[in-house]
Design a protein around this ligand. Structure first.
Ligand code: GDP
Length: 528
């Protein structure tokens, strides 16, 4: 086997999808702990605490070191190399969060046992659907009272439309929590609060029939468990690797992240079954991870908020071949070679200068604005990865200038910030408005700040009555023209020159779609 193949097969590149407060940060810390990256585990918490302590996001952004480092956390586990890509949540939720999901090979969904499937999880799951990303599920906070486990599986199946295959099953919950049963091995792992903090070292019984178990958990709990397991077997789906890999079925684990309980069972199963990097589509051909030559695409750009240092870090996911420090790579969009000097890798212990990176890894490339979201790098071949789209914004603002003479700068700034993925912008066919679109509200603050700091433009963002946007596509020229004429009042051109329908309400969007058969309304737009 070539070294590229061997390294690619070891990689597990994933992201966590969850609603705020479900336990993503806590679980991340525990995973890093198993990876031996204990130092980092502390700093994840530090970052979170800082975020809660201040409403001044600028300060946080200026601590660029921290936020860049925790964007990607790489740690070894058993024979594998795990790359955990951060999905910004809470206030920093935005289009970046969605785009991270285009750069992973699988996802881990964290659900709060008491709250069940929440709104943001539903949205993130929709994004995973676009590529049929395989999903594992961790039902968290079992040390608290919550919904019945069976009920939760039902909820996941009906709300998210994915079948559940429980891999562990809880014995009690809240104060009555005794442990979990592993449904494949039959092992019983006892919950012993206080013992699991550093490592998974709880007492393990080989099966529910093991002598001594009843004594530990009580006759009633054991009898209840037997009944429940019978029920579960009838009511749920068995684990099926292929259906998991196709994104049709999710293995489900129960546990308590804060008590580090049930986490190792999840991680062991994850490294064994979660997919390593697979082939990826491009405009020309499919690229296999095992190919010798380096390819990769940019899915995120982080700007330095300090006006004195206008450098940016472009996050590139390696898709094939080997990246080596200092190598030159072909930047397909500009048609130029670029030296990838001082590229960053993301070992969880510290951010370091990359020596080499392999398929599934992420490197950070310093640049001054030449690199855009969706850009492809190769060793000379002209191809472009697809599937790194813009997502229909859900929030809109009208940009108004305090100084009307700065219109040119405003347009230039917005064009560039939209290439970087900080915002999207739209020019309605009628009138002179400039409308910004975003997925998270923080994106507008970032844009306002950067317009001022980098382009000297003082802009105010006002509410505007747009509810959602769809990219319009129609092969029939005549039909498209007719559609344009009829709907001019709701149409706009985006930063890339594409036609977009800006719907004042969801109902309006539905009506417009019904009235225009043969015209496609797309919720994502591929980069040109
Ligand atoms: P995030 O917003 O998804 O990153 O959530 P956090 O990891 O910050 O967790 C949110 C809150 O839930 C914090 O106060 C955690 O201490 C708490 N938490 C996380 N896991 C558990 C758990 O297993 N049990 C309990 N009782 N609380 C938990």
């Amino acid at each position: 086997m070539s070294e590229v193949s061997a390294q690619a097969q070891r990689r597990r590149t994933f992201a966590i999808i969850s609603h705020p407060d479900a336990g993503k940060t806590t679980l991340t810390e525990k995973l890093l702990l198993f990876g031996g990256a204990i130092q980092m585990a502390g700093s994840v918490k530090g970052r979170k605490a800082a975020r809660h302590a201040t409403s001044d996001w600028m300060k946080l952004e200026q601590e660029r070191g921290i936020s860049v480092t925790s964007s990607v956390m790489q740690f070894p586990y058993r024979d594998h190399v795990v790359n955990l890509l951060d999905t910004p949540g809470h206030a920093d939720f935005g289009e970046d969060t969605y785009r991270v999901l285009t750069a992973v090979d699988s996802a881990l969904m964290v659900i709060d046992v008491a709250k069940g499937v929440e709104e943001r999880t539903i949205k993130l799951m929709e994004v995973c659907r676009l590529r049929d990303t395989p999903i594992m599920t961790f039902i968290n906070k079992l040390d608290r009272e919550g919904k019945e486990p069976i009920e939760l599986l039902d909820e996941v199946e009906s709300v998210l439309g994915i079948q559940c295959a429980p891999l562990t099953w809880p014995i009690g919950m809240g104060k009555r929590l005794k442990g979990v049963v592993h449904l494949l091995s039959g092992e019983v792992h006892l919950y012993e609060p206080g013992r699991n903090f550093t490592r998974q070292d709880s007492t393990i019984f080989p099966s529910i029939d093991s002598p001594g178990l009843e004594e530990r958990i009580g006759a009633q709990a054991l009898a209840d468990l037997r009944d429940e397991l019978e029920l579960v077997q009838g009511a749920s789906h068995p684990f099926d690797l292929e259906r998991y890999l196709a994104g049709e079925l999710t293995p489900v684990f129960f546990g308590s992240a804060v008590n580090n309980f049930g986490v190792q069972l999840l991680l062991d199963f994850f490294v064994k079954h979660a997919p390593s990097p697979g082939p990826r589509e491009t405009t020309g051909r499919e690229v296999a991870p095992t190919e010798d030559k380096l390819t990769g695409f940019v899915f995120k750009i982080q700007a330095n908020m300090d006006p004195q240092h206008r450098d940016r870090v472009a996050f590139m996911r390696v898709c094939s071949g080997r990246f080596q420090a200092g190598m030159k790579a072909f930047h397909v969009r500009s048609g130029k070679d670029m030296k990838l000097a001082n590229a960053l890798t993301f070992m969880a212990s510290d951010r370091e200068i990359a020596e080499s990176a392999w398929p599934g890894d992420v490197i950070g490339i310093h640049n001054h604005g030449t690199i855009s979201i969706g850009d492809t790098f190769t060793e000379g071949e002209k191809l472009a990865f697809t599937g790194i789209p813009n997502f229909a914004p859900e929030l809109f603002r009208r940009a108004r200038l305090r100084d009307p003479l700065k219109l040119k700068q405003l347009q230039k700034g917005l064009a560039q910030l939209s290439e970087e993925g900080a915002t999207q912008f739209f020019k309605p066919l009628l009138g002179n408005d400039l409308i910004l679109g975003a997925v998270g509200v923080l994106q507008f603050d970032v844009v306002a700040y950067r317009l001022k700091a980098e382009y000297g433009v003082d802009a105010i963002f006002e509410q505007v009555s747009v509810a959602t946007a769809r990219w319009i596509h129609c092969d029939d020229e005549k039909k498209l023209e007719e559609f344009r004429d009829r709907n001019a009042a709701n149409l706009a051109i985006d930063g890339a020159g594409e036609l977009v329908y800006l719907a004042p309400t969801r109902v309006n969007l539905q009506l417009a779609q019904e009235r225009a058969p043969g015209v496609e309304f797309r919720a994502t737009r591929e980069h040109a």
